[in-house]
Write a protein that binds this ligand. Structure first.
Ligand code: FMN
Length: 197
């Protein structure tokens, strides 16, 4: 049933974009960027799914999804697996924590594997300061390549994230945000169509 709906949507060029976010901090601000991206994806007529570690609540890895007996997979681990499995492409949204991605982000990836295979990805980074979290591009790109989930060359990079987006994800400069969104999203969509045909 879900597979049929997905196939029908793909025929209509409607894709599932999953945004994977890594912050578990109580006062996190990167979630604003996530909301912005999800809203834009929906405005383009696609589906946006958010994998949020504060909602998914995956414990630090003990067993990968495939290592569980089918009847014993905890609901939260199963739910994320279903979302990833139904995805046509992934957008990873990450800050730098001491020049590295947040641990909860890496933890989500380590639970799964086949779900990412031969689907395109994109790395979007941000920071509270001026550098837009750009240093986590390299480790995240290496990991996505290892997951068989090739990262595209573009992304959206957001310095001073809490000044730029309000709590609902509305940008202070819509024209600027949209121009930067369109550059990477058009490219990601091109790969998404090719790899999901
Ligand atoms: C543990 C930790 C380490 C950080 N390290 C960096 C860093 O290496 N580079 C940087 O630009 N900002 C760094 N910051 C500042 C983050 O850019 C800022 O806190 C951002 O809001 C984190 O994203 P979040 O609010 O979604 O968790 C760090 C923040 C934390 C909490």
């Amino acid at each position: 049933m879900v597979k049929n709906t997905m196939q029908k949507n793909i025929k209509k060029n409607i894709f599932n974009f999953t945004i994977i976010y890594g912050s578990t901090r109580k006062n996190r601000v990167g979630i604003r960027f996530v909301y912005y991206l999800a809203n834009q994806i929906k405005l383009k007529g696609h589906k946006a799914i958010i994998v949020d570690p504060l909602i998914a609540k995956l414990p630090m890895l003990n067993q990968r999804f495939v290592e569980y007996k089918k009847s014993k997979v905890p609901e939260n681990i199963k739910k994320v697996q279903k979302a990833l499995n139904r995805s046509s492409a992934f957008i990873v949204v990450s800050a730098e924590y001491n020049h590295m991605p947040p641990p909860a982000l890496i933890n989500i990836f380590n639970y799964y594997y086949a779900e990412f295979n031969r689907k395109p990805s994109c790395v979007c980074t941000y920071s509270s300061g001026d550098f837009a979290g750009i240093r986590v591009q390299s480790p995240l790109r290496a990991m996505l390549a290892q997951l068989g989930c090739p990262p595209i060359k573009f992304g959206m990079f957001q310095p001073r994230v809490s000044n730029f987006f309000n709590k609902e994800g509305a940008p202070s400069n819509q024209k600027d945000a949209e121009a930067r969104f369109n550059v990477f999203f058009d490219e990601l969509l091109w790969y998404t169509k090719k790899l999901n045909s």
